[in-house]
Write a protein that binds this ligand. Sequence first.
Ligand code: ADP
Length: 187
Amino acid sequence: MLNIVLFGPPGSGKGTQAENIIRKYNLKHLSTGDLLRAEIAGKTELGMRAKSIMDKGALVPDEIVIGMIEKRINAEKDPKGFIFDGFPRTVAQAESLDKMLSEKKTSITLIISLDVKRQELINRLLKRGKEQGRSDDNLETIENRIKVYENQTTPVMNYYDGQGKARYIDGMGTIEEIFKRIEKVIR
Ligand code: ADP
C-alpha cells in the first residue's frame, strides 16, 4: 500500500493537492477537517461539540479524530492506500495512526510537508473565507490556527523525521508546479 500524510499549516494547499494525488494514484482521501464538517452539517452531537472548538481555531480532542479515522480505515476493503489530510495533527494522533496501520499489516510510506510563507497562508485563507464562507476563515481564527499549528502540530514532523519518512516541499507557486514537486517525491 501507498500511505501518504500530507502535512502543512492551514492554507498550505493540502486539500487541493490531495485531490490531485488521489486522481493519479487511486488512493482513498481521509480528511479529518472534511469529516468534522460533515458531522456539523448533519447536526450530530459530535458535530455540535466540534464546531465551537473549530471556530476558535483550536484542536478537536485526539480521541474524537482518532475514532473517526479508525472507522474509515476499517470500512475500506482492500484499499490501494490512503492519503491523510489534516491528520495526524498531534504526536498522540501519529502514534495511534501507526498502531492502526500496523494492525492492518501496513504503515505510513511518506509524509510530505508543504512549506508556505505566513502572509501567503493568511491571504489564501481570507480569500477562501470570502468565496466559501467557512466560519473559521476569519483573521482572528486564522492567526490562532497558525499558532496552534506551530505549537502543537509541527512536532509531528519530527516524529516522522525520526523514522526517515519526512520530505519537505516548496508550497509556493501554481497548483500544477507544486503537484509536479509532489509527484517527484512520490516517485
Ligand atoms: P486547515 O488545515 O485549513 O486548518 P482543516 O479542515 O484541516 O483545515 O481543519 C479545520 C479545523 O478542524 C481545525 O482547525 C481543527 O479545529 C479541526 N481539526 C481537523 N483535523 C483535526 C485533527 N486531526 N485533530 C484535531 N482537530 C482537527
